[in-house]
Design a protein around this ligand. Structure first.
Ligand code: OFO
Length: 174
């Protein structure tokens, strides 16, 4: 059973995850527009992942007898600059999401909501991976600079990313 404050905060996080999805979908479109198909693929996979994050929280609220409340999703930018600019913006956004997840954990601890605390641990781990992936790509982009061959190689590498749906949470398997 979730208390009202927790439901409100989790609904807000559904909105944050949907915005993340929308932001990365826009980055995918931008990448296609500038002719970087591998980058477009990477961000399309990221969009799909973010949708699963939103749905994980959606399912959790439902499973715990709370009421899901969907809110308007903000319009993302359409221009992102160079591939490096785009990944720096991605990392900045993911750091914001990490803070949101940490705040949710703090609230769960304060409210003595052990179930939600356990549920959120998946997101804590996921954020480590997301920031690490972004940092890794940023390092490579800095290394190649504006050099065409290097960018072409990175684009090829990002083209290989495949969407793998996360395992369903235990609470939604029951
Ligand atoms: Fe990018 O991890 Fe969810 O938002």
């Amino acid at each position: 059973m979730l208390n009202k404050r927790m439901v409100k905060a989790l609904n807000m996080q559904i909105n944050n995850e949907l915005y993340s999805a929308y932001l990365y979908l826009s980055m995918s479109a931008h990448s296609t527009f500038i002719g970087m198909k591998g980058f477009a693929n990477w961000f399309m996979v990221q969009y799909q992942e973010e949708m699963t994050h939103a749905m994980k929280i959606y399912d959790y609220i439902n499973d715990q007898g709370g009421q899901v409340k969907l809110m308007a999703v903000a319009e993302p930018p359409a221009e992102f600059g160079s591939p490096l600019d785009m990944f720096e913006k991605t990392l900045k956004h993911e750091r914001f999401i990490t803070k949101c997840i940490n705040d949710l954990v703090d609230l769960a601890v304060k409210e003595k909501d052990h179930a939600t605390n356990i549920f959120l641990q998946w997101f804590v781990t996921e954020q480590i991976e997301e920031e690490a992936n972004d940092n890794d790509i940023i390092s490579k982009l800095k290394l190649v600079g504006k050099e065409g061959n290097g960018l072409f190689m990175i684009d090829k590498e990002l083209a290989a990313r495949v969407f793998t749906p996360p395992a369903p949470s235990k609470e939604s398997q029951a």
